[in-house]
Structure formats: structure tokens, C-alpha cells
Design a protein around this ligand. Sequence first.
Ligand code: ADP
Length: 485
Amino acid sequence: MSAIKRMLAERKSAAPKPAVRNSVIQAEDPPFRKVLIANRGEIALRIILACKELGIQTVAVYSEADRHALHVRFADEEVCIGPPPSSKSYLNIPQVIAAAEVTGAEAIHPGYGFLSENPHFVDVCQACGIVFIGPNADIIRMMGNKAQAKATMKAAGVPMMPGSDGLVATVEEALEWAEKIGYPVIVKASAGGGGRGMRIVNSPEKLPDLYHTARNEAKAAFTDDTVYMEKYLLEPRHIEVQILGDLFGNVVHLGERECSIQRRHQKLIEESPSSALSPELRKRICDTAVRAAKAVGYFNAGTIEFLLDARGDFFFMEMNTRVQVEHPVTEFVSGVDIVKEQLRIAAGRKLTFTQDDIQLRGHAIECRINAEDPFKFTPSPGRITALHFPGGPGIRMDTAMHQDAIIPPYYDSMVAKLIAYGSDRTEALARMRRALDTLVIEGIQTSAPLHRLIMDHPDFISGKFSTKWMETFLEELEKERAEKR
Ligand code: ADP
């Protein structure tokens, strides 16, 4: 047994019994007595930290591959829910519910991914008398179907990207819509997520093939091959707004996040605020998001995603009905603990602040650290042989990595989030650079070296980039590397 495993095991067995722990003076009564976390990795740990602060007992669930994972070690109780593949463990609804029932958990926090946006799971929780920490099944169902979400948002007066009204059932219809919208267009899966089931089409000749590939990919990924179409913006920025709503109809926003640094439609770097917004535009986007959330009776934490074009027009893209990977940048600039708010809201508590109370200050940047070759992007699972986390003013690292941890090949490659905060963007950038310089992860390859290069790039420093930027940057990089070889 390694030193850290021994230390953690000893600490857990010596931990005071819950009754004693709850007698420690708390600023408020715990919103729940016991919460089960239906997730793994950094987000499971993040939720456990929020529960600890609120005096809530925690139950971890884990697959056989995660027996020694940190979320299991830091939770008060743990239940193994199956073999390594997610379909047999973290997505296994009967096992998750059984774990909540045997441990007496009152509520389940789903984190992001896995069961977090599964309305059937929310129905099952409700039927079993377990509180789901998130909005209700109807809202999740509506937002999970992107074509339906768009129709709802359009009715609420949110600006829409020109596109098909609803689903596009045949190639003929697709050709007609594309003619109306104007090329380039994008074919998107209505059940889409993680950038899958999307195809960009530049001309009518290419449309039939790409239409079918999008449908096939959607069917394989989501067992739903329905698609819709939109105008494809050439160099947009991805701007999203963090929302919090309670069960009493109060909705506030916590400002926007800039998520344009993406590879293959997957976010790599996020920041708040966005350098692309003037104060007026920021107010318009954020107010639109609040209006949209109110229109659907939204509660708990949610994110409304928009695309912003070069002219300053913005269009609704989708709403994510869960905590977002990049929530820490918002926590830094708003001072609000989003996960604690999720727990309070789910317990039926009113928001304790209004929009006017929220002051957004400073600047925060997040780099997603993936276990992969930083330039070829091939997965790099394995054992962590050496580890040093950066610290110092304004640095936060959300991760479940530890010395000797095994990064299993079965799950998402994101193993850490490094977040830097500063009084302004320049300071946040300087802190991110020195944090990346003092981050040590050995035994696996990570995307940290790629982030370090981006932090020094004039385009990134100037804040002038779009969702296309990464593609061009990677081509440049490849050329340079080829010349050196
Ligand atoms: P997913 O749910 O799979 O993540 P999204 O609808 O959120 O898909 O889109 C992911 C990314 O794809 C966006 O951030 C953007 O970079 C790109 N994208 C989506 N729709 C468009 C569009 N109409 N024009 C240009 N880029 C788009």
C-alpha cells in the first residue's frame, strides 16, 4: 500500500462518527443529512467538498476500476456499483438507486455527464422518494431535445440562428432548408452532446453524404438519429451564461464564460469574463439568459450557450441543465459556490442574494488537463508516478489525481482543471503561466504543454480568437514541428 493510500485509509477509520461531526458549529443547518454522488473523478470530489462544508454526509459510488479513487476515500460511505464500463456502473440506474436506498441517502447529485441529463433517471429518483439535485424531468427532457429546446427558446423571444424549423427528416428536405438558410450549414443531432453527430456542409453536392453520416453518428452515439439544421457561422465565439434559479421563481445570472478555445467542438480553455463583450452586450446576453430561464420555469444551476458573430449578434445554441465542467471560473469572479447553491436550492431554500448583490470581479481562466499526448491527442492512461500541484495566490486545481493513482482507460480523459484568478486578465494569465510551469505530472502524458504554448500566443494574449482559432493554431504548430524534424 502506498503512503497516501495508507494515510487516507487511517484517516477514514479514525474519522469522527457523523453525530459528532454535525455538532461542529455550522453557519446554517445542512440542507440534507446525506447525499449520494453519482459520479467519479474531479467532479465527484468537488461535490464532496461542498457537502463537507455544509455538514452533509456523503456516499460515493464506484466501479471496480475506481476502488482506490479519491472520491471513494473522501466520502463517508461507499458502494461498489459494478464493473469498469460506465454502462454497467455509473450509468446503471438500478444500481445507483439501490446504493442510495441501502445507505439512506436523501438526495443524489449527478455531477456532469453520466446520468446528469437523463430525464428517466430523474423520474426514477422521484418515484423512489429521492431528491435529484438539478431541475425537474420535464425541463431536462425539453432541453435534451435540441430541436424542441430551440422552439421553446424562440417562443420566449431568444434570438435564434437561422435554421430549419424543427427536425429534417429527408435529404430532399435538407437540400431545401440549406437553400433557404444559405451555405455553409451545419447538420446537428437533436440528442447531440460532446460535439458528436454534427456535420458542416459547404455545398449541395456534399449534403446527401454528410446528412447521412450525421444521422448514423447520432444513432450510434445517442440511439436517436433525428437531426436539424442551422446556418454555420464561420468564426463565432462561444459565450455561455451561468444561471441559478430557486423553487420560488427567483433567477439570477453569474455572468458569462468565454469557451471559444475548442478542439473538435470540445472546450479546452474557458474564461470569465469574455474579452469580446462590451458592458452593453454583456448585459443584453445575460438578461436574455435570465429571461429564457424564467420562461421555462428553470430551477437549480443551468447554462445557456450562445454563439456570437463578428457583428455582435448572438444566437441561442443550447441549454445545459447541470453543473458545467468550467463552473470554477464563475465561482472565482462571482464569489458564489455554485455546487453549494445547487444543494441548497434542491432542499427548497430560497436564493440568499439578488442580481444586484452579485458583483463580478477580476478575471479567471481554466485549462482542462487531459490525459493524452498534447500534440497527437492520443489517450494516455496509466499510473501517476510523480505529482506536484501548483499553488500560490489565485490558483485552484480541481482533480482526483494523487501519487500512484491509476488513470483508467474507460472514462473521460480530463483528469484535472487548473484555474487561475487575477485582478485582471493580465494577472490571471501570468498566474496561469507560472502555475503550468510548476505543475508536475509524471507517468502519463497530459495536455499541459499545449496549454503553456497557448498562454504565450499573441492571439490568445490579445483575446482575439474564435472557435476556429485552435484548428489554425494546431496546423501552424504541426508545420513548425515538421520543419524541426
Ligand atoms: P454539443 O452539445 O455537442 O457540445 P453544441 O451545440 O454545444 O454541441 O456545439 C458545440 C460547438 O460546435 C460550439 O461551441 C461551436 O464551436 C460549434 N457549433 C455549433 N453550432 C454551430 C453553428 N451553427 N455555427 C458555427 N459553429 C457551431
